[in-house]
Design a protein around this ligand. Sequence first.
Ligand code: UTP
Length: 457
Amino acid sequence: MISFAGYDDVIQRVYKYKQEHVFQYWDQLIDSEKKALLDELGIIDFDLLEKIFKLKENSVPEDFSPAPYIKLPEDERDPEFMKARDLGVQFIKEGKVAAFLVAGGQGSRLGFKGPKGKFPVGPVSGKTLFHFHAEKIRASEIKYGVKIPFLIMTSRDNHEETVDFFRENHFFGLTPALVHIFPQNMIPSLDLDGKLILSDKSTIFMNPDGHGGSLSALRSSGALKLLEDMGIEVISYFQVDNPLVKIIDPIFIGFHILNKADVSSKALMKAYHEEKTGVFVRFKNGKLGIIEYSDMPQEKIFAKDSEGGILYCAANPAIHLFDIKFVDKITGSSNVNLPYHVAKKKIEAFKDGQQCEITGLKFEKFVFDAIPMAEKTVILETKREEEFAPVKNASGADSVHTAQAMMNALFRRWLSNRGVKIPDVVDVIEISPFFALQESDIPEGTIVPAQEKVYLE
Ligand code: UTP
């Protein structure tokens, strides 16, 4: 057994759980590397790893039906929607809403080096995802005459770069003291035999613990306490890769308040049966939740409603509101752990003295697993073309190209619906959040210049 002063406990634990292969390069390490390795091993919950290794497959409740949701009205001036909007506006103006961006993912499908939030998406401006999100929040602050705290969850791998980016860009006009950037927890990946993986001679390979780690990270980072002290009641959760997301949406917030919901979620109508998105369901115990596409039985994927439409039609664009008391409850004394999901993934490992790619198991929590823990949940329909353009892949579907095309189309629609003429020569239009956050913000008398690329700011 190896030895290192002050680390007997850690070393014994590693041997007890039969993970001593992590010391195979011990003799080649200098003292600071040995200490770093032991520090890393010291915070690993080996019991938990043993338990989740046995998961192998995700367990999914079998008995569920489609979830009820609030449908979009035919007429925008629908009294229920107007009431929700007024209430939401009032609530935002009272300073009770914070924005929460989860940006700790590895963005492996996009293949972009660095935090995904630094990826340029503006079809004309070339603005990054972070820039878009921050400007929407700043524009909402101006519109509603209020300060809006902005929380950003990063991971160990992209934290410093994210903080630096916001600093270099002067927080995009937001109040620096109200922008809280904190890293999420990491969890070791395992090889197919349940062994820890080395990423170099002295480092354990870990991955961020999934967007579901965001709720506990809110507490452990101190952000939750800070929000409570500021009188925040609702946290608006969104993901980094969606430039169309309405971060501060009065109608959504209004329905959440009206229904005294713990969690509210937006839903998109599934485009076709085999579309690979999670769907909202109601479990046997009456609680609502989401089932991932890969966990849906075939017959349910193709199930039809009485009119021949898609039965499980409400898909998840990952836009949620969390009541702060609910987050406090499930992460606090009655700490309810969200389950881990396991996925086989390619991992860059250090094995047999060299870098190589192996297949391993990554464990992640999903934020939507908090939904069934809620007493009350509201699901509100939203339009894909208005609010969901994820940048997941380098090309093809859900790429920057599809997102930019959707932005261009949306901004054109806003202008046309407001009676603004768009000259034929115009190829691409981008509207800055400061110019308009939504269609009704487009000022009277807006003129679109006759040029190929137009940026309204
Ligand atoms: P994705 O599921 O798209 O994962 O994350 P990803 O890591 O960004 O991309 P791939 O799968 O490697 O290509 C959806 C959202 O959840 C955040 C991401 O940053 C993104 O906003 N996320 C994901 C976290 O914050 N932490 C995680 O551990 C995982």
